[in-house]
Design a protein around this ligand. Structure first.
Ligand code: CMP
Length: 139
């Protein structure tokens, strides 16, 4: 996986609120190219594996329940400096701390239901993309 790619999920709250199109529009307007995308629903096992790094955290059960309660949109995005620029675009994990104009400021309700995921490193972007997509689904 090239280092100019990142992985994102539009989380269940975004789809429930009908924000899929508006969020994708902001992502594209910020210069990201969608090189893979699908709407899917995580199983409990999928969510436990995807968020395994958080399994000792007190919010782990709540996180798994939230992420499996409805469909998500998973995507691989390409842009120069993708990981860092995408994290800037989505804003802080807690929407109350997110900068004006960021996706979480505009579309998220709380730290637990924060609208979107963005990989935190090139290494995790590659791992997370491979979790959701086979090689022939990424263009
Ligand atoms: P994200 O950073 O994409 O991945 C981990 C997720 O855990 C995070 O988004 C939130 O959805 C959730 N999360 C992080 N911190 C908390 C918290 N303090 N309480 C509840 N959920 C959290």
């Amino acid at each position: 996986m090239a280092t100019n790619r990142t992985f994102t999920m539009l989380k269940p709250d975004s789809l429930e609120k009908g924000n899929t199109g508006a969020i994708l529009e902001k992502i594209c307007a910020a210069g990201f190219k969608i090189v893979a995308m699908k709407q899917t629903q995580l199983t409990i096992r999928d969510a436990q594996l995807f968020y395994a790094i958080h399994k000792e955290r007190p919010f782990f059960g709540e996180l798994v329940e939230y992420m499996t309660r409805g469909p998500i949109v998973a995507a691989v995005l390409e842009k120069e400096n993708a990981v860092e620029d995408f994290r800037t675009l989505i804003g802080a994990t807690n929407p109350e701390e997110a900068a004006e104009g960021t996706i979480r400021k505009m579309f998220a309700d709380s730290i637990s239901e924060n609208a979107v995921h963005g990989s935190d490193s090139d290494e995790n972007a590659a791992i997370e993309s491979a979790f959701h997509f086979s090689g022939r689904e990424i263009f």
